[in-house]
Ligand binder design. Structure first.
Ligand SMILES: [Zn+2]
Length: 250
């Protein structure tokens, strides 16, 4: 993750990367504005936890309303007047505008003034895939934070870990695989990280199918089933058990 700037500016335009990484980064920045710990965002203080759970009353998300295609001028005006109401409990009030590039020009113009001379406690995070759709005047009032490109090089450590996992799944005994899965669980990878690892392993297994025709197909099927069921159940514990059962079950 890109480091959090210090000191924080009052407005950022977050671009680049994938949508989920832009949103993750916006949440991190939001926590940094509101954090009461020594090293914001500490991730453990009450405001940080409230931001992570999406229940902090001073975090305001502005997005495209249901059934509409853009963020409207009315929303921008509401934001503008809301910004002059002091925060409920935090030291700042943070507005996350996502996707900011879906504001039409009138809405952008309505936002300009508050971006430039809003109250000190107000902070604005504009999250945009296509920053070119924003007015120059909007862009120039924000500090730009570009995340690394979408298809970033895979982390070499992750590739190595995936290679080990791939070898284990293709050649290990049932006991060895079970032990390997238990070791993975102990690493406490988050749902997303684990899935990424499994996705890299899946690609490696497919490239080695010729060497392990029968077992390879089984492993591949198991990895795919895991990926599909993880949409509903992202818990690593469940996934690992399922993977083992699929490879060695009947
Ligand atoms: Zn904190």
């Amino acid at each position: 993750m890109r480091p959090i700037p210090h000191p924080l500016s009052h407005a950022y335009l977050i671009t680049g990367g994938r949508e989920d990484s832009r949103l993750d980064y916006a949440r991190q920045l939001t926590a940094a504005y509101l954090c009461q710990g020594a090293h914001p965002p500490c991730g453990v203080c009450l405001p940080c936890r409230k931001v992570a759970e999406g229940i902090h009353p001073d975090v305001i998300w502005v997005g495209v309303p249901k059934g509409k295609r853009e963020i409207t001028v009315d929303q921008a005006r509401t934001l503008r007047s809301d910004a002059y109401i002091r925060p409920n409990e935090g030291v700042r009030k943070v507005y996350i505008i996502h996707p900011a590039d879906s504001m039409n020009q009138v809405a952008q113009n309505a936002l300009l003034k508050v971006l430039e001379e809003g109250p000190d406690y107000a902070a604005f995070l504009l999250v945009a895939e296509h920053p070119g759709r924003l007015l120059d005047t909007i862009r120039s009032r924000c500090e730009q934070l570009a995340l690394p490109p979408q298809q970033a090089e895979a982390d070499p450590q992750q590739v190595e870990q995936a290679a080990q996992l791939c070898r284990l799944l293709l050649t290990g005994s049932e006991l060895e695989v079970a032990e390997g899965m238990a070791a993975l669980e102990r690493q406490k990878l988050k749902g997303g990280e684990l899935l990424e690892l499994l996705a890299v392993a899946e690609r490696q297994v497919s490239s080695q199918l010729a060497h392990h025709p029968q077992r390879g197909v089984r492993v591949l099927r198991a990895l795919r089933a895991c990926r599909e069921s993880s949409v509903y159940n992202p818990s690593p514990v469940g996934l690992m058990g399922q993977l083992c059962a699929q490879i060695f079950g009947n």
